[in-house]
Design a protein around this ligand. Structure first.
Ligand SMILES: Cc1ncc(COP(=O)(O)O)c(C=O)c1O
Length: 391
C-alpha cells in the first residue's frame, strides 16, 4: 500500500501524462495556481502596502521553509534567482588574487557552476583543479580529498551528480577542506526534495540550489545558505540595497546587514517566491525520509527492469549511493526520448549520460512499467527513427 499516492490528485499533469522528469522540472502542485492568484490579488488590492505586509521579507520567510527541509536554522537561507547567481555572489566574498587561490571541484560538476568559477578564475589569475572521474558516473572521494590542500580556497561541489545521480561523500570532503583551511560550497540542486540531509550536520560553509526539480517550486526561486557563524565574516561585492543594514534609509554608502540579509541584492522576485512555496509545504508535510524510502524502492525497480533487458545503467547500483534518478544509456537515446514525448511520457536525455528517469513521491509503480515497455516497443518497432534526424 503506497499512501503517498493520495497526493496524486494535487498535481494536474499526472492525469494527462506519465511524468518521470522530476530531476528536471517537478510537477506543479494545484495549490501553486491558487498562490499565484493570491499574488495578483495582493498586488491589485494592497498595492504598495504589500511590501511591508510580507513581500520585502519573502527572501527570508520563503527561505525558512527550505531551511526546515535541509536541516538548517531559521534565517540561514535566502532566496535568489538561481544557482549561477548564488555561486557568483559567493565568489564575490573572496579575493582570488591572494596566495590561497585554488578552486577544486569534480569534473562532473554542473556546467553552469564551472562557467562561473572558470570565468572568475581567469580574470583573477586563480587556479582551477578539476578532479576527473574514471567511469563518468562518480568521483573517487580519495581523489577529491587528495586534491584539496593548503592552497585551496574553495571546493564547490554537487551533492548529487546531475548526469548519473551519484551521491558524493560530502562529510569526508568537508573534513579535509576544513583541516587545511578551505571552504566547501555545496550545490544541493539534485538532492534537495528527494534526499534527507542536514546542512548543519554536514558543516558545509555555503550551499545553493533551486526549486525547479524535486522541490516542485518552479523557476526563479534559487537559494543560498551561509553557515550561521560565518555570516559576518564576508561582505559580498555582488550586493545591493536589500543587503544594507537600513535599506530604507537610502544611505550614501554600504553598511552591510549583520545577519543573512547581507547576502541579498536588490528587489526580490516576488511572484517566483509565491509560486515556489506550495511544493516546499508538501515536502515538509510528508517528510523526506518517506520520500527517500519510496524513491530508493522505485529507482531500484527501474534498474531491475532495465537489467532484465540488458540495458546499460549509468547510475550507481547501490541505492545508498544513488539520488532520485536512474540513467539508462541506449543507442539513439535522444530520439527515443522525443518519441516518448509524443506518447505523453515525459523523461529527458543528457549527452554522454543517457535517458534520465526520475520518479517522485506521486508516481505509481505502474508508470515505471509503462515507460520501460514503451521504450521496448519503440526500439522493436524502430519508431525512434522518425526523430533521429530532427534537432
Ligand atoms: C546540480 C545542478 N546545479 C545547478 C543547476 C541549475 O543551475 P541554475 O539554477 O543556475 O540554472 C542544475 C539544473 O539544471 C543542476 O542539476
Amino acid at each position: 500500500m503506497d499512501d503517498l499516492l493520495s497526493y496524486r490528485d494535487q498535481f494536474p499533469i499526472l492525469g494527462q501524462s506519465v511524468y518521470l522528469i522530476n530531476h528536471s522540472l517537478g510537477a506543479m502542485p494545484a495549490r501553486t495556481a491558487e498562490r499565484l492568484r493570491e499574488y495578483g490579488e495582493t498586488w491589485a488590492t494592497r498595492g504598495i502596502r504589500a511590501w511591508e505586509e510580507g513581500w520585502w521579507e519573502m527572501p527570508v520567510t520563503t527561505g525558512n521553509k527550505l531551511a526546515q527541509l535541509m536541516g538548517a536554522p531559521r534565517g540561514s537561507v535566502v532566496m535568489h534567482q538561481n544557482v549561477s547567481v548564488c555561486q557568483s555572489l559567493i565568489l564575490s566574498c573572496f579575493d582570488l588574487r591572494g596566495r590561497r587561490n585554488r578552486i577544486v571541484y569534480e569534473s562532473l560538476n554542473f556546467p553552469s557552476v564551472k562557467y562561473v568559477y572558470e570565468q572568475h578564475a581567469q580574470r583573477a589569475g586563480a587556479e582551477i583543479v578539476e578532479v576527473p572521474s574514471d567511469d563518468g558516473i562518480s568521483i573517487d572521494t580519495d581523489r577529491m580529498i587528495e586534491a584539496i590542500d593548503e592552497r585551496t580556497l574553495l571546493v564547490p561541489i554537487s551533492h548529487v551528480i546531475f548526469r548519473s545521480a551519484a551521491i558524493q561523500d560530502v562529510a569526508a570532503i568537508v573534513e579535509k577542506a576544513h583541516r587545511v583551511g578551505a571552504m566547501v560550497v555545496l550545490d544541493v540542486y539534485q538532492s534537495v526534495g528527494t534526499l534527507p540531509f542536514s546542512l548543519t550536520d554536514l558543516q558545509v560553509d555555503f550551499a545553493t540550489g533551486g526549486s525547479v526539480k524535486w522541490l516542485c517550486g518552479g523557476p526563479g526561486a534559487g537559494f543560498l545558505y551561509v553557515r550561521p557563524d560565518l555570516v559576518e565574516q564576508f561582505s559580498p561585492a555582488a550586493t545591493g540595497w536589500a543587503a544594507h543594514r537600513h535599506p530604507f534609509a537610502f544611505a550614501e554608502t554600504m553598511d552591510y546587514a549583520p545577519d543573512h540579509h547581507r547576502y541579498l541584492t536588490g528587489t526580490p522576485a516576488v511572484p517566483a517566491l509565491y509560486a515556489a512555496e506550495s511544493g516546499y509545504d508538501l515536502l515538509n508535510e510528508i517528510g523526506l525520509p518517506r520520500i527517500r524510502a519510496k524513491s530508493q524502492r522505485q529507482t531500484s525497480r527501474l534498474i531491475d527492469l532495465a537489467d532484465a533487458r540488458g540495458w546499460r545503467i549509468n547510475s550507481p547500483r547501490d541505492p545508498q549511493r544513488r539520488g532520485g534518478s536512474v540513467i539508462i544509456d541506449l543507442p539513439e537515446g535522444a530520439a527515443i526520448v522525443r518519441e516518448l514525448a509524443h506518447r505523453n511520457i515525459l523523461v529527458d536525455y543528457r549527452p554522454g549520460a543517457g535517458i534520465r528517469l526520475g520518479p517522485h513521491y506521486y508516481n505509481t509503480d505502474d508508470e515505471l512499467e509503462i515507460v520501460v515497455d514503451e521504450i521496448d516497443q519503440i526500439i522493436a518497432s524502430g519508431s525512434w527513427q522518425v526523430h533521429a534526424t530532427s534537432h
